[in-house]
Design a protein around this ligand. Structure first.
Ligand code: GMT
Length: 377
């Protein structure tokens, strides 16, 4: 098929899912056209079967807010007509579903059919979409979509409830390529000494450092763990709460035990080095970072929120706690890191969960079937 994809191309779970999906679809022989303001960060521009179409937004002194949504709609319609796309797949409802709706209408006027699918990722529903200024238009975009998918059962439930949506929503959960994200002894031998001394544990956190990720809790938990278990913390990512994290490291006197790596493209080379991942978010509609860690054989200490329990089974492939309960997260982490046998069993269970339920080979065919269904009308 010929598929147009729109997403936020910078760091963030929805952009990662859109890009990885595009890569997997192109590898299966589909033609994938990304239509965004910037090339998605996990693409090199040299992938076979993948094309990138930049959306240029013209500014004018009159525009206090340049109309990106309109420029996007216009480009979507142009690309769809020129390349004879079968459908558009937009990731994150705001504003992408409304731009796709406009593009569909523009082409309808020319007698060209362009169905579109909206994938809901999380904050488009649970945070931004709930803003009274955005809710009616987000609901409209979802209702008008030719197909809607959600990345967890929990997100589907909250969308139906909070947006009073009546239409069907297909749940297609996040996925990971288990041949790329995997335990890797060679990497451990070669790279781990850069981040931890022999006999030390290495703990990771991977996020965009937004408030919802509770990076302060990551530091609080680690500050307690490192008092009992020799360990280091690897922080992968960057964002608004990075200075807060730095400030807390200084407060606890642990700045020399914490590696701030900033934004990283190849997290599959870093996650396998670690023993444990911390994801204490106040909300996660799925928790892709945890899944990527689990595929690498790294179990996760996470919060019992949103779609996380669909992935992490408490005590089996990870540990779950209430939001903000840093004391329990720290004692759970200390006990686990001290018990080599339990840690190994949990690491294996984490990897198995990724392979058995969330591997690309299981999830991508579900998208393909859904595309066929929507394209057929
Ligand atoms: O939280 C992020 O990392 C960004 C956000 C996004 O939309 O870019 O992520 C959401 O989508 C991910 C991929 O589907 C999910 O795995 C995350 O759980 C979800 N984040 C939240 O719900 C806070």
């Amino acid at each position: 098929m010929k598929i147009g994809v729109t997403c936020y191309p910078t760091y963030g779970g929805s952009g990662v899912v859109a890009t990885e999906l595009g890569i997997e679809l192109a590898a299966r022989g589909h033609q994938v056209h990304f239509i965004t303001y910037q090339q998605p960060f996990r693409l090199t521009g040299r992938e076979q079967g993948i094309y990138f179409h930049e959306v240029a937004v013209t500014t004018y002194p009159l525009f206090q807010y340049p109309p990106y949504d309109l420029a996007l709609a216009s480009r979507m319609a142009e690309v769809a007509e020129f390349y004879k796309l079968d459908l558009l797949h937009v990731h994150y409802a705001i504003p992408h579903s409304v731009s796709a709706l406009l593009a569909r209408q523009m082409l309808e006027a020319k007698g060209i059919r362009l169905p579109f699918i909206t994938t809901l990722h999380g904050t488009d529903i649970t945070l931004v979409g709930q803003d009274p200024g955005y809710l009616p238009i987000t609901r409209f975009g979802i209702e008008q979509s030719d197909g809607v998918t959600s990345i967890s059962e929990d997100l589907k439930r909250s969308t139906l409830r909070d947006f009073e949506i009546k239409r069907p929503i297909e749940v297609i959960q996040n996925f990971v390529n288990c041949d790329v994200y995997k335990p890797d002894e060679r990497l451990v031998r070669e790279l781990r000494p850069r981040y931890a001394e022999p006999g030390e544990r290495l703990i990771a956190h991977l996020s965009n450092f937004r408030r919802v990720k509770r990076v302060d809790d990551v530091i609080e938990v680690f500050a307690r763990i490192q008092q009992q278990v020799p360990s280091r913390l690897m922080l992968i990512g960057d964002g608004p709460d990075r200075s807060l994290a730095e400030h807390l490291c200084v407060k606890h006197g642990i700045e020399d035990r914490v590696h701030f790596l900033g934004k990283q493209d190849s997290v599959q080379e870093l996650l396998p080095l670690c023993d444990l991942l911390l994801m204490p978010s106040s909300m996660e509609s799925f928790g892709l970072a945890a899944l990527e860690g689990m595929a690498c054989g790294v179990p996760c200490i996470a919060t019992r929120v949103g779609g996380v329990p669909e992935l992490v089974e408490d005590g089996s492939n990870g540990l779950l706690y209430n939001v903000g309960d840093v004391e329990s997260m720290a004692s759970g982490g200390i006990a686990l890191l001290r018990d080599e046998a339990k840690l190994k069993t949990m690491a294996e269970a984490a990897r198995r969960t990724a392979q058995d339920h969330f591997c690309t080979s299981r999830i991508i065919p579900r998208y393909e079937r859904f595309y066929e269904q929507v394209a057929a009308g």
